[in-house]
Design a protein around this ligand. Structure first.
Ligand code: MCN
Length: 795
């Protein structure tokens, strides 16, 4: 194995940058308001797009009259779906993940026949100003024939309702199975006990600070489209826009993602709106800008979750888990979003083994079309839903066995010497020390003493609950071959370019795309460590498909492991080339050259040395290079990992519940996470904080709701409640470090871990507090009202 392939935390003898809590370089512009977002960009002659959306959940379009809107001052054009069809572009919003038997209905930029959810785009107005465009919307007259609608995934399949799409008469988009049904039945038949839980995981709406936006500039003379947009994956957007939607070759599309203002999954997808923005610019030959309002975002950004599940767990009396059986109806919304099929199938069912050795698992997922906003990956995507199920099952099983829930978990954890561990849900976990992380979390809260306090307080009529959430995550969404076998229409690799210039500065061009994760800082740390230069000498560039030729973007907590892995590999190749130049100029063999803190020196003669930044200068001078070596010092790397990484950890929450009022107070929240080697502990802690807040939001506050007319009831920030800082406790975080053995820098992802852990931890704590009331489960979001009802308040 060459040095460039070696595994383990950074092997550069560089600046000690890897692992340092360096402050985020990106914060100053963001906090002082000089960061540039899509809506800040204006080109000469920019026009503005507003989109007329259906206000019906399900209806046939009878006619669209645009004449009044067209006659309004400042309006340049009004387009309908028929105009897009007539323009001859492919006009498809393609899915990116196929499944066996998947029904893939047509998905166009603007609807032509039916609207299938409130918010479906039906017409586009382009005007000289944003106000003129939005004013004109209500002057477009659309006649509809209303149709019966369905918003619930179980109703969609089991009730006699008109299909959302004619191609799927029973509203079933797919019927997915994973695991061994017979072995699971046998395990259940042989086990001493069975516990079960019926649960709903409500629809969640992502809340990025910046709603989605796009600015398109079509240059007729060169046939080139430039598109600035709020994108988590500019290259994927380029790919999906090119062939499927606009019919342009990839090299005629430049997608640029400036500051993105958060994504949480919602900006991965290829939506009709940005495509319409681009198409309008192509029609008018002028730059066109679209900026979603907050309500428009709530109505059209892909939602998350929407699962209705029955889970069962079979155990022996001593607590040994024998099997798990899960059946889920997953709402997909009205259209298939790019990963909307993968999220509730492979990303969900494969984590149902959690941290446990479970010999038999079977999961069935019915993916249902409903007359609602499309559903896709939202932070934690699939893994959050799956871990929630297994963690709820372990808790109800502990109750059934009258066993301490920590003890039940401990008895079933995959032991450290079992790795790589192949679960019955088809994953091969890379590495883990689950008990160590769990012990640490329990130590933080002084678990035994806390249980004692709980008993004492109960005698006084006070109800505290201790919740445990032990999780794994499959992060990285790779390797490509496996993803392809499972139906992915894109690769799982990542690409980067590491380039020294002649002054010794380093530029890293990365195919991922930051939305707040701090890549510019952590990637600089990875490169600086490998190359032995200062972090300040490294500039990281992301988010521009013309500057960075290839990439797959940021989602699935993949950037540190796949993106960072690619950068480390590229930097190692750069270092090796520099080593050869050093050997040549120091007149020794390559094997005699040692590398230390950026300096190449001859073994045993430290004064005969050349710094890597001096060599960079030499590499571009090209005067004195080894025979046959090309000038320059840069490498392009494609890294296709051999496996996912599997972050894990245990979170513990202590809550006090007031049964009379239903109030829940979180007293303590302890998070112990293991994301392998840590590039930047401060950034990791920040990711964990944000993730916990989102998990607590799901557990106690958030949940999208539709009314009887199929209208989204939670369309404003005062209707869709995200937690406020004052509702969150101080988070106590800690880490264990179990390196990933196959990743070049030993890292695992962390971006979604805490969201995955926090929801089950909080629900576990509330259910634990309410044990004296016979409550073993409450559905999210657990509100004061649901607690009050569950404890008999309404009797
Ligand atoms: N990191 C590290 N050491 C590790 C692992 C990660 O220092 N062992 C650093 C990384 O270098 C990166 C950050 O932590 O700066 C997150 O890394 P990673 O886990 O690889 O996740 P991604 O960068 O791929 O981000 C995606 C993930 C997802 S899927 C969602 S959703 C999410 C999240 O990150 N959305 C976010 N975190 C978010 N944070 C912000 N501020 N905004 C969002 O929209």
């Amino acid at each position: 194995m060459s040095d460039a392939d070696a595994s383990g935390a950074s092997d550069g003898d560089g600046s000690g940058a890897f692992g340092a809590a360096i402050e985020r370089g990106e914060d100053v512009p963001l906090l002082t308001g000089s960061g540039e977002y899509t809506d800040d960009i204006s080109l000469r002659g920019t026009t503005h797009l507003a989109i007329r959306r259906s206000d019906h959940a399900h209806a046939r379009i009878e006619s669209i009259d645009t004449s009044d809107a067209e006659a309004m001052e400042g309006v340049l054009a009004v387009f309908t779906g028929e105009d897009v069809v007539e323009s001859g572009v492919p006009n498809t919003i393609p899915t990116a993940w196929d499944l066996p038997g998947l029904v893939q209905p047509q998905y166009r930029m603007l609807a032509t026949d039916k609207v299938r959810h409130e918010g479906t785009p039906v017409a586009a107005v382009v005007a000289e100003t944003r106000h003129a465009a939005s004013d004109a919307l209500e002057h477009i007259h659309v006649e509809y024939e209303e149709l019966e609608h369905v918003t619930d995934p179980v109703d969609a399949v089991e009730r006699d309702v008109p299909p959302v799409h004619d191609e799927a008469e029973d509203n079933v988009a797919f019927d997915f199975e994973l695991g061994d049904a017979d072995a699971t039945d046998e395990a259940f038949a042989d086990a001493d006990r069975v516990a079960s839980v019926d649960l709903r995981q409500p629809r969640l709406i992502p809340n990025a600070m910046e709603p989605r936006a796009a600015l398109a500039d079509w240059e007729e003379a060169t046939g080139k489209l430039r598109l600035w947009m709020t994108s988590q994956n500019p290259h994927l957007h380029r790919m999906l826009l090119s062939a499927g939607t606009l019919g342009l070759p990839e090299n005629k599309i430049q997608v640029i993602a400036p500051e993105v203002g958060g994504g949480f999954g919602s900006k991965i997808y290829h939506y009709p709106d940005e495509a319409v923005t681009a198409w309008c610019s192509m029609q008018l030959g002028r730059p066109v800008k679209w900026q979603a309002t907050r309500s428009e975002s709530y109505l059209t950004d892909c939602h998350g979750r929407d699962h209705v599940t029955t889970g069962e767990i079979a155990l022996d009396d001593d607590g040994t888990i024998r099997g798990v059986r899960v059946e889920t109806h997953a709402g997909l919304g009205a259209q298939l979003s790019q990963f909307g099929t993968a999220t509730p199938s492979y990303l969900y069912a494969t984590v149902l083994s959690g941290q446990y050795t479970i010999p038999a698992i079977h999961c069935r997922v019915v993916g249902a079309f409903t007359n609602t906003t499309p559903v896709d990956a939202y932070r934690g995507a699939g893994r959050a839903e799956g871990i929630y199920v297994i963690e709820r099952l372990v808790d109800v099983a502990a109750r059934e066995l009258e066993m301490d829930p920590a003890e039940l978990r401990r008895r079933n954890l995959v032991p450290p010497d079992e790795f790589p561990y192949e679960s019955a849900a088809a994953l091969v976990y890379d590495s883990g020390e689950y008990e160590r992380a769990m012990d640490l979390a329990l130590e933080h809260v002084d678990y035994e003493e806390l249980r004692e306090r709980q008993r004492e307080l109960r005698d006084e009529g006070r109800y505290i609950g201790i919740g445990i959430g032990s999780f794994i995550e499959s992060a990285g969404l790779s390797p490509s071959g496996l993803a392809g076998d499972l139906g992915a229409q894109a690769g799982g690799w990542e690409s980067s370019i590491v380039r020294f210039d002649s002054t010794g500065s380093v530029t890293v061009l990365a195919g991922t795309a930051d939305q707040g994760q701090g890549h510019r800082t952590t990637y600089a740390q990875v490169a600086a460590e490998e190359l032995g230069v200062s972090v300040d000498d490294v500039t990281v560039v992301e988010g521009d498909t013309d500057r960075i030729p290839q990439g797959m973007g940021t989602y699935g907590s993949r950037s540190a492991s796949v993106g960072g892995g690619s950068i480390a590999r590229g930097a190692r190749e750069v270092r090796e080339k520099a080593r050869r130049i050093a050997a040549h100029q120091l007149e020794t063999s390559v094997d005699d050259i040692e590398f230390d803190d950026g300096e190449f020196h001859v073994a045993g003669a430290p004064d005969r040395s050349l710094h890597i930044q001096t060599i960079a200068h030499e590499a571009y001078l090209g005067h004195d290079l080894p025979e046959g070596m090309d000038p320059g010092l840069e490498e392009t790397n494609f890294y296709d990992p051999e496996n996912f990484t599997y972050p894990f950890g245990t979170h513990v929450a202590v809550v006090e519940v007031e049964p009379e009022t239903g109030e829940i107070e979180i007293e303590r929240y302890v998070a112990v996470d293991d994301c392998g080697e840590i590039i930047n502990p401060m950034i990791v802690e920040g990711q964990v904080h944000g993730g916990i807040a989102q998990g607590i939001g799901a557990a106690l506050y958030e949940g999208a709701a539709y009314d009887d007319d199929g209208h989204l009831r939670t369309r404003r920030m005062d209707e869709y409640v995200v937690p406020h800082a004052t509702q969150l406790p101080d988070f106590e975080t800690d880490n264990t470090v179990t390196p990933s053995p196959h990743n070049p820098i030993g890292v695992k992802g962390v971006g979604e871990s805490a969201t995955i852990a926090a929801a089950p931890t909080i629900v576990s704590a509330v259910a634990d507090a309410l044990e004296p009331f016979g409550v073993d489960h409450l559905d999210m979001p657990i509100t004061p009202e649901s607690v009050w009802r569950a404890t008999g308040g309404d009797n």
